[in-house]
Design a protein around this ligand. Sequence first.
Ligand SMILES: [Zn+2]
Ligand SMILES: [Zn+2]
Length: 122
Amino acid sequence: MIEGQCLCGGVKYCYHAEIEKTIICYCKHCQMAQGSIFGWNSPLQKSKFEITQGIKFLKEYFHSPHKARVFCQKCGSPIYSYRLDLPDIIRLRLGTVTQGHVSAPPEQAYVQYKPDFLHIDE
Ligand SMILES: [Zn+2]
Ligand SMILES: [Zn+2]
């Protein structure tokens, strides 16, 4: 089982399954949304994902019409995103995981936006 939370601890969640696939994405939207070098995400089954605390703190932002980015409005931590056309899947922001195993990413996207100083084994 996977557990996690936002920075302030107001929002807590658990995922009643294992994380199977993780993705690092260097696209400019991920960089801006995370305020960092990349987004580190995993597609999860929404039916097995549970907000266990602080659902009232969650706020959604639609940067594009079909994709919501869900974050804690108290501390700003990005928690997950989802697409209206893929209602069974959420994409968890893996920096928020506190318990459970998160595997290394087999996949990196938009590496052309990766800063030169960052070296990751391909
Ligand atoms: Zn928070
Ligand atoms: Zn991206």
